[in-house]
Design a protein around this ligand. Structure first.
Ligand code: ADP
Length: 650
């Protein structure tokens, strides 16, 4: 048969063009693609040989890589099924999957992150042209005595011709392109690079991937002893891939030690993982997964640069390093891998379905991880506390995220510091310890537990013996708002709204007093003007003179957090100044108001600023505040009391 010259089909041509102009910057995947094809071809042969008498039965399979530096070429050969003349034309001259090009075009036009998508789906044989100026395929089908050579420069056409080949299988030779200004292809003919690529992408392909390597060994004398300082160069065939991946082993036979080593080497951590969670799922969707929770949160976990994701393998072939879709945002700290034979490696029209599969796996993994955490919380509180210290914030974020879609899953693994306990408690434990007359779950926001304990709003809760959840993280109040209730008990902020703690009689008394003192309260409110929204007598204070609380809804803490975020900063919490009617200061103000109503302005401002300070909020004009305080102090010293008689001091 003479040499045939054939034109590529239009679609193939366009795809080639895209490839050659390298829409995909990650050129190195060519090797993964060619090795995967070789492995598939061996699979095919093996399966057919089991039922076909004509095919020799063997277990002698191999994928061999040869690097020729001088000629700048790489050859990848296999002893798989091979291709006949027509198969060569059908499989390699055409793109079998007609959706491929469409898909590539859409990602190009939408300017999506091509690298992710192509890396994920693979582009098959054509990826060879990303690094080659010419590709040759020599192949002999297991069903034919004739071998063929296919050759193309990736331009308009390809040629096919008969050739000689001893045994079945395929041999693909890539002639590397010349280096250009910003593209260097030389790397790909370096042994170390090829080895690294095999280990990175194809370590767990189930057939040996071999390569000849030059080794220097000591020369031996006649007795077989090493001669000092004399060496020989020998060529050894080395198997580059590990083949039996850890997840292929029987789960029961793998010791934690081995898993720890695997974790440390794969995910570059010095520490062993805190948790290892291994799932082996068979059914509608078959997959294995090994998830690790690190011992320490990675330094950059909360930066934009951190990339979440799990390694994804399909049929032993590495598909991608950070499959984001498998990890909900709040579990971004997990590491590990998922292996599923159900996932299609190739770009296909089933992209959507593909996504659904990943989504399902994600949901399963999420549940599995939370279950494991729940178990630990029950059985090993100390370990759970360690986990919580490192990653608790993420779990809280998980409650808040997605409008609380996960709150039921997560609410029982939340831990809280509380005012009365040294150890953190779960919401369930908090409720179990509530005094009989307590109706709600109380919480307070502060920078630290110490400052919350000292805050005036704690007065009444202390007196009642109620415990208070101490919220110190920015996310906390947002999470509590989304949670809304636990076990039919509502959350109540001690810094917000009406506490509704004291009994009706006391409440009534305060109401009456408030009506009596309405002029005084109105005057204070007028003085403070827009600084506060309301001035009232407090039902929550016992020892402290004043406090500032926010209305229902947005709290001061939330206001602070929101003010740090980009965008709408106009959201403000409602400020209510509460004055303790039982406190000496209230009587003092009453007196001042009676004797010298003008001085009430200083008192109002002082009380307000004091409340700001206690709340950890900023005072608008510290100098003015300080001067005012000095003025009042001097006045008090001069008069021996604080009856507000003006004696000019400034
Ligand atoms: P895919 O592998 O996704 O089907 P490729 O473009 O990589 O797409 O390959 C196209 C087809 O060429 C394969 O489906 C297979 O039939 C054939 N092929 C590629 N490489 C080999 C090989 N080493 N041995 C036998 N057939 C091969």
């Amino acid at each position: 048969m003479s040499k045939e010259i054939k034109k590529f089909k239009t679609e193939s041509k366009q795809l080639l063009n895209l490839m050659i102009n390298s829409i995909y910057t990650n050129k190195e995947i060519f090797l993964r693609e060619l090795i995967s094809n070789a492995s598939d071809a061996i699979d095919k042969y093996h399966l057919l040989s089991l039922s076909d008498e004509k095919l020799e039965k063997t277990n002698d399979y191999e994928i061999h890589i040869e690097v020729d530096k001088k000629k700048r070429k790489i050859t990848i050969s296999d002893n798989g099924i091979g291709m006949t003349h027509d198969e060569l034309i059908d499989n390699i001259g055409t793109i079998a999957k007609s959706g491929t090009l469409e898909f590539l075009k859409t990602i190009k036009s939408k300017d999506l992150k091509e690298s992710d998508l192509i890396g994920q789906f693979g582009v098959g044989f054509y990826s060879a042209f990303m690094i080659s100026k010419k590709v040759e395929v020599i192949t002999k089908s297991a069903y034919s005595d004739t071998a063929f050579i296919w050759s193309s420069k990736g331009e308009e056409e390809f040629t096919i011709e008969e050739t000689e080949k001893d045994s079945r299988g395929t041999e693909i030779t890539l002639y590397l392109r010349k280096n250009e200004d910003d593209e260097n292809y030389d790397d790909f003919i370096e042994d170390y690079k090829v080895i690294a690529l095999v280990k990175k992408y194809s370590n767990y392909v189930k057939y040996p991937i071999t390569m000849e390597r030059e080794k220097t060994v000591s020369r031996l004398d006649a007795d077989g002893k090493e001669i000092e300082n004399e060496y020989d160069t020998v060529i050894e065939v080395e198997t580059l891939n590990q083949m039996v991946p850890i997840w292929k082993k029987n789960k029961k036979e793998v010791e934690q030690k081995e898993l720890n080593e695997f974790y440390r080497s794969q995910y570059y951590d010095y520490n062993d993982p805190m948790f290892t969670i291994w799932s082996d799922i068979e059914g509608m969707l078959t997959y294995k997964s090994i998830i690790f929770i690190p011992n320490k949160a990675p330094q950059n976990l909360y930066s934009d640069k951190y990339e979440k994701g799990l390694q994804l393998y399909a049929k032993g072939v590495f598909v991608m390093d950070k499959c984001k879709q498998l990890v909900p945002d709040y579990l971004r700290f997990i590491k590990g891998l998922v292996v599923s034979p159900d996932l299609n490696l190739n770009i296909s029209r089933e992209v959507l379905q593909h996504n659904r599969q990943l989504d399902k796996i994600q949901k399963n993994l999420e549940k599995k991880i939370i279950n494991e955490l729940e178990k630990t919380l029950k059985n090993d509180r100390e370990k759970y506390q360690e986990f919580w210290n490192e990653f608790g914030v993420n779990i809280k974020y998980g409650v808040y995220d997605n409008f609380g879609a996960n709150k039921d899953l997560l609410k029982d693994i939340l831990l809280f510091k509380t005012a009365n306990n040294d150890k953190s408690v779960t919401l369930k434990e908090y409720i179990e310890n509530m005094p009989k007359d307590q109706k709600d779950i109380y919480y307070g926001s502060a920078h630290t537990k110490v400052s919350l304990l000292a805050s005036p709003q704690m007065d009444v809760l202390k007196s009642k013996g109620y415990d208070v959840l101490v919220l110190t993280d920015e996310i906390d109040e947002f999470m509590i708002q989304i949670l809304n209730e636990y076990d039919k008990k509502h959350f109540k902020s001690i810094n917000q709204g009406d506490l509704d703690i004291i009994d009706d009689k006391e409440k009534e008394e305060v109401k009456i007093l408030e009506t009596e003192k309405v002029d005084l309260l109105t005057k204070i409110k007028e003085t403070l003007n827009d600084d506060v929204d309301e001035v009232k007598l407090s039902t929550r204070l016992t020892d402290s003179p004043v406090c500032l609380v926010s209305g229902e809804g947005l709290s001061f803490e939330m206001e602070k957090v929101i003010s740090k975020m980009p965008g709408d900063k106009e959201m403000k919490a409602k400020k209510i100044l509460e004055i303790n009617p039982q406190h000496e200061i209230f009587k003092a103000i009453e007196k001042v108001y009676e004797n010298n109503p003008e001085s009430i302005e200083d008192y109002a401002n002082l009380l307000y600023n004091q409340a700001l300070l206690i709340e950890g909020l900023e005072i608008k004009d510290p100098v003015k505040f300080s001067n005012m305080m000095v003025k009042v102090l001097i006045k008090a010293a001069n008069l021996g009391d604080a009856n507000g008689n003006d004696s000019k001091t400034d």
